[in-house]
Design a binder for this molecule. Structure first.
Ligand SMILES: [Zn+2]
Length: 421
C-alpha cells in the first residue's frame, strides 16, 4: 500500500528517534533476573539503566513500549573466558553477549575498554575485562606457535614474578592469567616447557599482593592441583583429562576456587559436531560474520575423544559439590565463536545436570558477583540495561536463548546485521 509522503517521513523520523533512545519499557514479559524467574513483569529502562521491574509497575507515558507476551527478558550474557581480537566484541554483541572476560590477549587495549565499560554510550561492541598478557615461559603455551618476529614477554624465574606481575598490573590487567601446560593430557609425544611449581606459587602470590585474582590455565588434573595448592582463585577450564574424584573435589572446596567451563572447546577437541550444527541453525546462520563461521567450522588437530565424557562428568560433580562454575567458551578457538558459542555452552551445562536457570545464572549474575562487573548480569533496578529478549522460555528450554527477538546494550537497540567481509 502506498503511503502519503508526509506520513512516511513522520514514521521514519519516529522510528529513528526510538532507535536513538536508550529509554523504553517491556510490558507483560517473563523475566529471568539473573537469579530467578518472574512469571510476568513490566520492565522500565531510562537513560540506559533499569529503573523499575515488577508485575504491577506503571509505565510512564510517552515511553516506547515493547509487548513481551510469549517472550523472556534476560540480562545480557557474560562470557567468562574469551580471547579478544578486532571484531570479536561486535560478534559477541550480535548474539546477546554484552560482556566478555578476556583471558589472554596481546592488544592490551585496556584504556579504551575501561572507558567504554564505564560509560552508557551507544556502542556496537560488548564490554571487555581483560587479563592482557598471561604469564608463561619462553616457548610455553599459548606461545608455542607465535610468529618468530612477535616479542611477548615471558617469565624467566620465580624471583622475577613480582616485577613481571607488577608490569601487567601497570599496563591495566584486570586479573592475572597463568599457564600450567605441558600437553600431557593429550597423550602425545609433543611436550611443552611450562612454569615450575615455585614460579606458579610466586606469580599467584604477586597477583594477590597487587589485589588481582589469579586465574590458571590447566587442562590436566595434576596441573589443577598444583594451581589450587598455590592459592589460585580459578581454573580457566573444566578438567578434561580424567574424571576427578572425591579428594580433588575436597581440595577445590577447601580452597574456594571457581571454574570457567569452556566445555564447548572440549566438545570440539573430542570430535563432536555441536559447533557445525550450531552454525547451520536458522536462528544463527544469518547473523554470523566470516570470522565466526570460520572458527565454528574449524576442527582441532589435538583430537582427544575421551575429553568430553570427562568434562560432562566433572562439570556435574563439581557443580553438585557447590563449586561456582562460570560459563565460558574460550572463543575463538576451533569449534567456538564469539557470542554464539555461549549459547551452546549453556546447553552443555544443562546436559551436565544444571537446571536451565542455573545455567543462565552461570552466564549472568554469578560472574558479576565474582568479578564485580559494575551492575551487570541482573534485570533489577539500578542495573545497566544490557538485555536480551527471546521468544519462548529458556528457563524451561535452554535452546530458546537462540530465538533472539532483540538485544539492548546500555539501553540502545543492537543492530544484528553481520559485517560484509
Ligand atoms: Zn583460553
Amino acid at each position: 500500500m502506498r503511503m502519503p509522503a508526509l506520513v512516511a517521513i513522520i514514521l521514519l523520523c519516529a522510528s529513528a528517534a526510538h532507535a536513538a533512545s536508550n529509554s523504553f519499557a517491556v510490558r507483560d514479559v517473563r523475566v529471568f533476573d539473573g537469579d530467578k524467574t518472574i512469571p510476568n513483569a513490566n520492565v522500565v529502562v531510562k537513560g540506559g539503566r533499569i529503573v523499575a521491574v515488577g508485575s504491577g509497575v506503571a509505565i510512564p507515558s510517552g515511553l516506547r513500549i515493547i509487548d513481551g507476551h510469549g517472550k523472556t527478558l534476560l540480562p545480557g550474557l557474560i562470557d567468562s573466558h574469551v580471547h579478544v581480537f578486532p571484531g570479536a566484541q561486535a560478534d559477541a554483541l550480535r548474539f546477546g553477549v554484552t560482556t566478555e572476560l578476556d583471558m589472554f590477549d596481546i592488544s592490551r587495549n585496556f584504556k579504551a575498554w575501561r572507558a567504554q565499560r564505564r560509560s552508557l554510550r551507544r556502542t556496537p561492541e560488548a564490554d571487555t575485562w581483560a587479563a592482557g598478557l598471561g604469564v608463561t615461559v619462553k616457548g610455553g603455551a599459548p606461545l608455542e606457535n607465535a610468529p618468530p618476529g612477535l616479542h611477548i614477554p615471558t617469565l624467566d624465574s620465580a624471583g622475577d614474578a613480582r616485577k613481571f606481575v607488577d608490569a601487567r598490573v601497570a599496563e591495566g590487567s584486570d586479573y592475572i592469567k597463568l599457564f600450567i601446560e605441558n600437553l600431557s593430557e593429550y597423550r602425545t609425544k609433543k611436550t611443552l616447557p611450562t612454569l615450575s611449581p615455585q614460579e606458579v606459587c610466586a606469580v599467584i602470590a604477586a597477583a594477590h599482593a597487587d589485589h588481582r585474582m589469579a586465574i590458571v590455565h590447566t587442562q590436566a588434573e595434576w596441573a589443577a592441583r598444583e594451581a589450587i595448592k598455590c592459592g589460585a582463585n580459578a581454573l580457566a577450564h573444566m578438567i578434561p583429562d580424567r574424571m576427578v574424584g572425591a579428594s580433588f573435589i575436597a581440595l577445590a572446596k577447601r580452597h574456594h576456587i571457581f571454574i570457567e567451563t569452556t566445555d564447548d572447546v572440549w566438545a570440539g577437541v573430542s570430535g563432536l559436531d555441536l559447533a557445525q550444527k550450531l552454525a547451520r541453525d536458522p536462528r544463527v546462520a544469518p547473523y554470523l560474520s566470516a570470522a565466526q563461521k570460520s572458527t565454528l567450522l574449524a576442527t582441532d588437530q589435538k583430537l582427544a575423544p575421551w575429553f568430553f565424557p570427562n568434562v560432562l562428568a566433572n562439570t556435574r560433580a563439581l557443580h553438585a559439590a557447590g563449586i561456582p562454575i562460570l560459563a565460558g567458551t574460550d572463543s575463538p578457538n576451533p569449534a567456538t565463536a564469539h557470542g554464539v558459542a555461549l549459547h551452546e555452552e549453556l546447553q552443555i551445562l544443562v546436559r551436565s545436570g544444571f537446571t536451565p536457570e542455573e545455567a543462565l545464572h552461570a552466564a549472568t549474575a554469578l560472574p558479576d558477583a565474582i568479578f564485580h562487573l559494575g551492575r551487570r548480569g541482573h534485570v533489577a533496578v539500578g542495573y545497566r540495561a544490557d538485555l536480551l529478549l527471546v521468544d519462548g522460555n529458556p528457563t524451561q528450554n535452554i535452546s530458546d536463548t537462540l530465538s533472539i527477538d532483540r538485544i539492548w546494550m546500555n539501553g540502545y537497540a543492537v543492530n544484528r546485521t553481520p559485517p560484509k567481509t
